[in-house]
Design a binder for this molecule. Sequence first.
Ligand code: FWO
Ligand code: ZN
Length: 389
Amino acid sequence: MVVLIKNCRVFSPEALGKTDVLVLGDKIAAVGPDLSADFNGKVPVDIIDGSGLIMIPGLIDNHVHILGGGGEGGFRTRTPEAVLTDFTLNGITTVCGLLGTDGVTRNMASLVAKTEALNEEGITAYCYTGSYHVPITTLTGSVMKDIMLIDRCIGVGEIALSDHRSSQPTYEELSRLVADARVGGMLAAKAGLVDIHMGGGPRGLTMICRLIHETEIPYSQVLPTHINRSRDLFSEGLDWIKEGGYIDLTAYGLGKPSSDVPAAEGFTRILDQDPAFDHVTMSSDGQGSLPKFNEKGDCIGLGVGSSATILENIKDAVRKGLPLEKVIKPVTSNIASLLKLKGKGRIAAGYDADLVLLDERSLDLVGLVAKGRILVRDTKAVVKGTFEI
Ligand code: FWO
Ligand code: ZN
């Protein structure tokens, strides 16, 4: 009910220095020095000594296959469903769940159920309606109704473009889909954002650019993801930011040689051209399949994404000299404002009490508070998913 974290180095994401944070219920009540919480012993107060620790806002992973995904190599390659500690032990307090290649054995009813389950278990979960395939398969029969009438549905995704697994939507189909998502979102005071899976195909961002250039739809309505999957696509992404667009990097596992642009390098190049660093987000593709295809398009290998890569890439970027207060923006305040997630993405009075405590030197996860509840304490999960042992 009441948590007081004393003497912690707080990044809200801005660097606030050493200060205290008071949590009442599921909200941050106050941020500032010398806070106390004494109710004459009538109310239990959980006091955490934050010395030697850094506090950042709970991380927001905007692209997670919470039901599991995959299947590109046949039924045995359908990837496993996420469990609560996949997120909490990696600093994630908010996720946006979605479907991918397989929009047949994975469906919106199950996605909404899993989204609700994660909210009941302790974090905040939203979802997108649809999957790779356009026209999208909705739950209520229309994109606008899904966004307006499903409480946790905040937009559409992930629809696939420039990819051999895409349904090859026409420009007209894409523009109608984005237009419906926009108006549905507007009518429900939600972002109505369309999360767009970018494949490695030569058409790149052309259809998205055409849509924004030829219609009245604003840049903030679409978020091309996996933008760092190739150097060519990433260069298009840099140009897209330059003209006002938003891009989402996938937080790849470190150390494996591949064609992608690692987040640390991507962030550096974005900061060079846009010091404000407001138009970039990052997501894990957690539980999504990471398939490898040969030149004939046959699946020759398959990995599984993990939400752990978000914090790993934050650490890597800081190790390479990027400032922490910048590096956490793509997974806190930037994505919270793009997705219009009220109360999310910042450490300030009135915001949701989603807080992550990291070791000051290693940036390893030490603690996590979600909606005011301590879910991780002294690096251990003190709250687990329903069937986690
Ligand atoms: C990416 C999710 C891809 C699923 O291109 O899009 O396949 O449905 O689970 N994953 N298709 C992974 C690359 C960005 C590395 C997905 C996957
Ligand atoms: Zn994808």
